[in-house]
Design a protein around this ligand. Structure first.
Ligand SMILES: C[S@@+](CC[C@H](N)C(=O)[O-])C[C@H]1O[C@@H](n2cnc3c(N)ncnc32)[C@H](O)[C@@H]1O
Length: 254
């Protein structure tokens, strides 16, 4: 898994990205007035897509990743960075280098938290809660189990190579994971959804269960945002959120 994120072509792909996703734009707007006072930890920083937008606005910015090549790519991409911006290697599960209560804002964007096992996810949430200040904020995204059926949809390309890959992928998905119905009633599941040419296992979770998991890990005032619109999701209508491949969560550290 980590080796997938160390690969040269994957690092290059993430380093070329610079646009915020819609719910990230919403979260930035919601926090904008406070960002200038905030010390921010950007976990799983990848190629620095979020650095472009958040680092200039916060009091201090630390971007970390467990993939050394991602950290290197960020150091090169932001070689003329200001003094309040730094990068380093860190694994979300064990961030011993940071004392408790170090950060006002912790971000783990673009489903980085989905690349670890269930037990490790709980460890990571505990660590995030520890390094975050009480009253600080945590934002992250995670795959929506209600949308898993979409992964199995075949796109009918005219290009025969692309079409062949789609059909092959469909059968691989069934071979590796079974049909989506097998997973969709669970609170969470881990599947190989074909991301990065089947190079990753991915955690998918029901939004209701994600809320419970966050509450049990010491987070409160949990808000959800749609990846397709950037709008806040009504907690009473979570069962209708079937199209968003992933959801952004914004919550407070207790
Ligand atoms: C999907 S990429 C997202 C990159 C970047 N945050 C963005 O939004 O463009 C996920 C990133 O999380 C990192 N990652 C995954 N698990 C991690 C962990 N346990 N600790 C730190 N980084 C992790 C990967 O190396 C990868 O760079």
């Amino acid at each position: 898994m980590k080796s997938t994120f160390e690969a040269e072509n994957i690092v290059r792909g993430y380093t070329a990205m610079d646009r915020l996703q819609k719910p990230e734009q919403t979260i930035l707007s919601l926090l904008r007035e406070r960002l200038g006072y905030m010390k921010m930890l950007d976990i799983g920083v990848g190629g620095g897509r979020t650095t472009v937008h958040f680092a200039p606005l916060v009091r201090q910015y630390v971007g970390v990743d467990y993939a050394a090549n991602m950290v290197k790519a960020c150091e090169e991409r932001f070689s003329d960075r200001e003094d309040h911006i730094s990068f380093g290697e860190a694994d979300a599960r064990y961030m011993n280098q940071f004392p408790a209560g170090s950060f006002d804002f912790v971000l783990f964007s673009y489903n980085g938290i989905d690349n670890i096992s269930h037990d490790d996810r709980l460890l990571a949430l505990k660590e995030i809660n520890r390094v975050g200040k009480s009253g600080g904020v945590f934002a992250f995204s995670t795959h929506n189990l209600r949308s898993l059926h979409k992964v199995y949809k075949i796109k009918f390309y005219k290009n025969p190579k692309k079409l062949a890959y789609q059909i092959l992928s469909y059968f691989l998905l069934i071979w590796l994971n079974g049909f989506p119905g097998k997973h969709q009633r669970k609170p969470y599941t881990i599947v190989n959804d074909g991301t990065h040419r089947f190079g990753l296992k991915m955690y998918y979770i029901q939004p209701e269960y994600q809320i419970k998991q966050l509450e049990a890990s010491g987070f409160c005032n949990i808000r959800l945002f749609s990846v397709s619109t950037g709008h806040e999701i009504d907690p009473a209508k979570l069962d209708q959120v079937v199209d968003d491949g992933w959801i952004y969560y914004l919550c407070e550290i207790e």
